[in-house]
Design a protein around this ligand. Structure first.
Ligand SMILES: NC(=O)c1ccc[n+]([C@@H]2O[C@H](COP(=O)([O-])OP(=O)(O)OC[C@H]3O[C@@H](n4cnc5c(N)ncnc54)[C@H](OP(=O)(O)O)[C@@H]3O)[C@@H](O)[C@H]2O)c1
Length: 333
């Protein structure tokens, strides 16, 4: 897989980035570290050299697994993307939610992107990741209590100190990005983007194209729904947030599965799976730099990594987009 540069930065990522949220366990009904390490290794062997994680994914757990893996394969062979701004150790304002590491107690999680908190957080992340630099350091979600300029100045300092190579944002509006860019370059913007959720096409995507900011599309499989495996009776494990997620509720689940059945002959024609077709479509959408795809085991990682090995024809893309145009997701369920 040929790596792609993020914006004007020196950081290059694989077009498929390993999404390490689920392997943190929290919100995904638990995790198995051995399977997670095998998934990371298999993805790596297939060309997925970049990994996206965050402190809040299993309250440090995902970063620890990623750090262990990076040490095993050699830090210089992987790109580590992590985040800040949501933490459980530097309280500020009202707690947003509760979370835990596998088997751990529930902790309140706060939004805090203040300077002091960032300086603390980066130290913790570097320790868990067993490294002395982060390739892309991303604000997880804008903090309503911190002026964006204060947050950016702290990140500029981290870059000058060599702790981070580049800065990125996540879930950030265009207005805030414009303010942030006045202090420091934004190398990439991470946003939800899948076949059935394309809100960013209205504003974030065109802004990033115009300003040479990389687009990291997250949840391209719509958290597993777009693999076609989520049947009406799919058994979610305890603590798996998807059981209550709007995309998995009716009528959205059935509508999505009906759509997938319509495009399945295209996947069959290429001898590929629906997941591979969906990832390929997403990555080739104009403006998308890379997709962040989660995987829980080696089999999924291998399958996902092979999503770049075929080309959809113009006619196939037209047919897919025509069917997509008929899918109406109900966001109020
Ligand atoms: N910045 C943010 O706020 C934000 C938010 C969300 C995600 N992200 C990032 O984006 C990454 C990817 O998003 P995501 O994990 O939400 O969703 P996703 O990539 O759309 O879906 C990943 C999940 O789908 C299932 N899956 C993956 N490949 C499969 C395959 N080939 N066959 C069958 N099932 C498969 C796995 O879960 P099961 O096996 O359990 O079904 C996996 O954990 C995250 O890991 C994270 O790094 C960032």
């Amino acid at each position: 897989m040929e790596k792609i540069r993020l914006g004007n930065s020196e950081v290059k990522v694989s077009p498929i980035v390993f999404g390490a949220w689920a392997i943190g366990g929290w919100m995904w009904g638990g995790t198995d570290d051995q399977l997670a390490l095998e998934a990371l290794k298999t993805g790596f062997d297939e060309g997925i050299t970049s990994i996206d994680t965050a402190p809040v994914y299993g309250l440090g757990h995902s970063e620890k697994v990623v750090g262990k893996f990076a040490k095993e394969v050699g830090r210089e062979h992987v790109e580590i993307l992590t985040k800040f701004g949501w933490n459980w150790e530097m309280p500020r304002g009202k707690a947003l939610m509760k979370g835990s590491w596998p088997g751990g107690p529930e902790k309140d999680i706060y939004s805090n992107a203040g300077k002091e908190s960032i300086i603390y957080e980066v130290k913790q992340s570097l320790q868990r990741l067993q490294t002395d630099y982060i390739d892309l350091y991303q604000l997880h979600r804008p903090d309503p209590n911190t002026p964006v300029e204060e947050m950016m100045e702290a990140c500029l300092q981290l870059q000058q100190e060599g702790k981070i190579k580049a800065f990125g944002v996540s879930n950030m509006s265009v207005d805030l990005m414009i303010r942030a860019e006045k202090v420091m370059d934004i190398a990439a913007s991470q946003s939800p983007y899948s076949m059935i959720y394309r809100k960013i096409e209205n504003d974030i995507l065109p802004h990033c194209i115009d300003h040479n900011i990389g687009i990291l599309a997250y949840s391209p499989l719509q958290r597993g729904l777009l693999t076609g495996k989520i049947t009406s009776d799919y058994p979610f494990g305890e603590g798996d947030h998807r059981a209550k997620n709007k995309f998995f509720k009716e009528p959205n689940r059935s509508k999505t599965n009906e759509f997938l059945q319509k495009i399945k002959p295209i996947a069959d024609g290429h001898g590929i799976t629906l997941a591979q077709l969906v990832i390929n479509w997403t990555i080739r959408r104009g403006g998308v730099t890379a997709t962040l795809v989660g995987a829980r085991n080696a089999e999924q990682a291998r399958e996902n990594a092979k999503s770049m090995s075929f080309m959809l024809s113009e006619e196939e893309l037209r047919m897919i987009n025509e069917e997509l145009g008929k899918v109406e997701i109900d966001h109020e369920v």
